[in-house]
Design a protein around this ligand. Structure first.
Ligand code: NAD
Length: 253
């Protein structure tokens, strides 16, 4: 049990990588606060409870300060502490700069960047008081490689990586570690949606993605969840402000 007794808040854990992480963490003994904007977060909690684990669902939009503050208050009322915050919620954005509407720009920046800022802002004072804590921010390998038609999405994930380093420097004196995950293509509803809206032939696009990797298999949500487990556990106690690639070697491809 690598997270026995730890309380973990995972944003956007109603689906995909967040859900896989919630299930894995609960199996490792964590009490999991499942957050999502959608009620599908309830299903994650039901699955955890079926496994004999401990979890609650707190619905909130990570772009709304009042909702995030209420969520963190409720989590603290219930469990008394938050040891790990995984800022995972995110949405896709497709298009080169000239094809990106102002509305899409604002929406993606809001969820992917403000959605990291607000939960962190609410949880960090509590971690500072306890002089311990672990924050994992969801970036992407796209922060480091240019991919076509991902202007606003790339911008947000690059910013999350820079924010991670800045946060690490600010909060290291309080015993808080802040690291970033940089997944490659992981087959989740998010990627299926992106492929459907970006390519005439999504199957062919997937084959192209695999060819860019050093490993010809496609990543799974569980691959990212296991990397998150390492960052959340004390095994990574000496890893601070780091990007952890979970991408089948795509940044080297
Ligand atoms: P997903 O769509 O399966 O899950 C994302 C979840 O976030 C959904 O349940 C959604 O309802 C929730 N969400 C969206 N907006 C929210 C909001 N405002 N407040 C609270 N919850 C909200 O996607 P995924 O593939 O599991 O992606 C999770 C994270 O991983 C995202 O940040 C994504 O950018 C990042 N990522 C994914 C991949 C990939 O290939 N799947 C690669 C790199 C990074």
């Amino acid at each position: 049990m690598r997270l026995k007794g730890k309380v973990v808040l995972i944003t956007g854990s109603g689906s995909g990588i967040g859900k896989a992480t919630a299930l894995l963490f609960a199996g490792e003994g964590a009490k999991v606060i499942v957050n999502d904007i959608s009620v599908q977060g309830r299903k994650t909690v039901e699955e955890i409870q079926r496994q004999g684990g401990e979890a609650i669902f707190l619905q909130a939009d990570v772009t709304k300060a009042a909702e995030v503050e209420t969520m963190v208050e409720k989590a603290l009322d219930r469990y008394g502490q938050i040891d790990v915050l995984f800022n995972n919620a995110g949405i896709s954005g497709v298009g080169a700069v000239h094809e990106t509407s102002e509305e899409m720009w604002d929406r993606v920046v809001n969820v992917n960047l403000k959605g990291v800022f607000l939960p962190s802002k609410s949880v960090i004072p509590h971690m500072m008081q306890r002089k311990e804590g672990c924050i994992i921010n969801m970036s992407s390998c796209i922060a480091e490689i240019g991919l076509m038609k991902r202007a606003v999405y790339s911008a947000t994930k690059g910013a999350v990586l820079a924010l991670t380093k800045s946060m690490q420097v600010d909060y290291a004196p309080y015993g808080i570690r802040v690291n970033a995950l940089l997944p490659g293509t992981i087959l989740t509803p998010f990627v299926e949606d992106y492929l459907k809206h970006s390519y005439e032939n999504p199957e062919e696009a997937l084959e192209g993605i695999k060819k860019r990797q050093l490993n010809s298999e496609l990543g799974r949500p569980e691959d990212v969840a296991r990397a998150a487990l390492f960052l959340a556990s004390d095994e990574s106690r000496f890893i601070m402000g780091s990007p952890l690639y979970v991408d089948g070697g795509v940044v080297f491809g």
